[in-house]
Design a protein around this ligand. Structure first.
Ligand code: PBG
Length: 329
């Protein structure tokens, strides 16, 4: 055994050699930190199912985003919790809606950070669905795809006008990227990029998010618009459609159980690819770490590196701030 030619362990002997040959390097600049913005002032309310995550009023958001910016994190994504919800999601596209105000404040007070806005209606609808709901014979309810597109387009325009850098539709209606692109262009907002939640699956990992954003559906579920988690070929078709419709960045969501798709999407399309490390994925590790069952920091960094190794250019994660600090150590 003395004359083994191949000894991969030669390059694992010490930290210097390992660093020299490391293939994947995480950077704070790859991360997007999600925020839940609510009404009021000096509000910073913990989300029980997501330790370390808060609902914040705009003033607190500005303070927090300053820290996020200093840590070198690439961007933030905003979700709004409006004071009132109704059946046409008025709060989603109101000029003085919660997200629109938050974007304007961030634009003015925090420089050098990419501000992404999630475009969806579920947080603003009294029934908690991502589209307009109507009754249909023989069915519990239907989601009106094409009528919903108009509201999504209005929402996107209002975000871009407020100064959002990237518009991120997460509703999963058919044709929404095209509808939003057309609407933005018609308003002269041709420079606003679209990051589409292209392959978004109907996942039980979104549970804690729906607490945070106060957006669980009041009846039924989202399986008539979000994808069946058993389908990969269909996910690739969804991504192809969104690219054809004008998406600039495509996303796969959730992350952990879906890295086959991150890989395939990156390989097949070569587009800037984002992955969303969702609420439930965050909460389960937080819980295990709190119990002393897992090393939270080590596992989080291992997971995040895995996303990047699989092909993600952008990682939307609630770990963004923690991870950025750990990377500085
Ligand atoms: C809005 C939206 C959701 C998430 C992002 N945008 C919830 C959902 O679709 O039910 C989930 C994010 C997370 O779980 O962290 N439609």
């Amino acid at each position: 055994m003395k004359f083994l030619i191949h000894r991969p362990r030669r390059l694992r002997q010490n930290a210097r050699l390992r660093a020299l040959v490391r293939e994947t390097e995480l950077n704070a600049g790859d991360f997007i930190m999600p925020y839940f913005v609510c009404e009021g002032a000096r509000v910073k309310k913990p989300v029980v199912s997501m330790p370390g995550v808060f609902q914040m009023s705009v003033d607190e958001l500005v303070k927090d985003c300053r820290e996020t910016q200093k840590l070198g994190i690439g961007g933030v994504i905003l979700f709004g919790i409006p004071a009132k919800k109704d059946e046409k999601a008025s709060g989603a596209y109101a000029q003085d809606g919660i997200v629109q105000r938050a974007v304007r404040e961030l634009r003015e007070k925090v420089r050098d950070i990419v501000v992404v806005t999630d475009v969806c209606l579920c947080e603003y609808m009294s029934h908690g669905h991502c589209g307009i709901v109507s009754k249909a014979r023989g069915k519990e309810f239907v989601i009106e795809n094409d009528a919903t597109l108009e509201l999504l387009a209005m929402t996107a325009i209002s975000h871009a006008r407020a100064g959002a850098d990237i518009i991120a539709p997460s509703d999963m209606m058919d044709g929404r990227v095209a509808a939003i692109r057309r609407a933005l262009d018609a308003e002269g907002l041709t420079q606003a990029p679209i990051m589409s939640y292209a392959a978004k699956f109907a996942s039980s990992f979104y549970g804690p998010f729906r607490d945070a954003a106060q957006s669980p559906p009041q009846f039924g579920d989202r399986r008539s618009y979000q994808m069946d988690f058993a389908n990969a070929e269909e996910a690739l078709r969804e991504v192809a459609l969104d690219i054809e419709e004008g998406a600039d960045i495509v996303m796969v969501k959730p992350a952990l159980g879906y890295l086959d798709l991150v890989w395939r999407v990156k390989q097949k399309f070569g587009y800037p690819t984002a992955v969303y490390n969702v609420s439930g994925e965050y909460s389960m590790l937080k819980a295990a770490a709190k119990n002393g069952w897992l090393d939270g920091k080590a596992v989080a960094l291992e997971m995040l590196t895995g996303f990047k190794r699989a092909g993600a250019d952008i990682i939307v994660t609630y770990w963004a701030k923690d991870a950025a600090r750990w990377l500085e150590e």
